[in-house]
Design a protein around this ligand. Sequence first.
Ligand SMILES: Cc1cc2nc3c(=O)[nH]c(=O)nc-3n(C[C@H](O)[C@H](O)[C@H](O)COP(=O)(O)OP(=O)(O)OC[C@H]3O[C@@H](n4cnc5c(N)ncnc54)[C@H](O)[C@@H]3O)c2cc1C
Length: 395
Amino acid sequence: MTTRRDVRCDVVVIGAGAAGMMCAATAGLRGRRVLLIEHYPVLGEKIRISGGGRCNFTNVNAGPGNFLSQNPDFCKSALARYTPRDFVALMERYRIGYHEKKLGQLFCDDTARDLIAMLKAECDRGHVLWRMPCPVDGIAHEGAVWRIATPMGAVRADSVVIATGGLTVPKIGATPFGYRIAEQFGLAVVAPSPALVPLALPPDALLRYGDLAGVAVDVEVTCGEGRFRENLLFTHRGLSGPAILQISSYWNGKAPLSIDVLPGIDAETFLGGERTSPARLDNVLARRLPQRFAQAWCAARESMLPMKQFSERRLRDIAAQLQNWALLPSGTLGYNKAEVTLGGVDTRGLSSKSMAATNVPGLHFIGEVVDVTGWLGGYNFQWAWSSGHAAGMHA
Ligand SMILES: Cc1cc2nc3c(=O)[nH]c(=O)nc-3n(C[C@H](O)[C@H](O)[C@H](O)COP(=O)(O)OP(=O)(O)OC[C@H]3O[C@@H](n4cnc5c(N)ncnc54)[C@H](O)[C@@H]3O)c2cc1C
């Protein structure tokens, strides 16, 4: 049974995910009286399931170029004030082991639970008060004071920080709460959509490539401003793997992806060197590509023929297609399978230093709810730490 009790504090943080805990601890350690409200009964679930249970908690190379936003410069200030090095120093203070997997991606040696415990301990050091599990019924601005209504009683505070994240994985607590609050107080919201998400293929493409589920191909994939060299993984429903997750954030739902399945190789020269060979095209390609993929790709073009049967022109055409395979997905697998939400609270209405709404004193937005979306590889947690710290220093 819950008891209703009204309280007064300096800062209320709503959402005890990565950004919310970082913000609450930072503000608490500055001597602010902080209350953290979380509606989900288990703390840090998204951190726990991230990075295969080891949480890819930052990327040593994180910089503004690794983020998508309608306002690309917005993230610069927070990222510069609280860097991957700062978070690593915190991990080291708590003696949590970590290692670099690839491309600057840092993971916990043991389990993401260590990181959750560290954030909780930092909140304890900052004497943060908790209401959890506890939903928020509504927020109102009464003069200079914020009033947050909850079933456990009202909270009054000078500042309120919205750290309720995006829409991914609703079964562990995601809600559109942050967007609704932004709209309530007149802030614009860039339409959210799933990102870092597997892509579905239409039935005709699935017929050709669906049997390849589990096959990975090293590709360079391009779409809009995005270009990534990583693995593409075929699945029963379409495409996944790091290359696809990365490019999904740049896919507008209409334009085909351009896939180079022989990155770093001049396909025309490679195939030209085999022009008189009796070997079949798919077998020649299988020297550089997984055999099953080479077969499916050639079968789709009725090209499982000996090399010497191709005209020079046809071979040039095949080489061009290998380096620019245009593939149009039919959609994404949605918020249940996405790692992040693209879009969110429009940063043009926020201060990059404090994350506060420019026209609504004392209302801050941090983490994924904001229109700043990182690449795959630890960037999204770094944004949570950096933006959480920025608000925690000012709220
Ligand atoms: C499967 C998966 C794996 C991932 N792996 C990585 C990774 O390895 N590296 C990386 O950088 N990023 C990863 N991400 C992305 C990363 O988890 C998020 O970007 C990050 O957690 C965002 O932090 P946040 O604090 O803004 O939001 P969240 O972590 O989503 O926290 C928001 C909190 O607010 C609470 N909340 C929501 N609505 C309300 C409400 N109305 N009232 C009260 N509380 C509310 C939620 O329950 C939640 O606890 C992964 C995401 C997923 C889904």
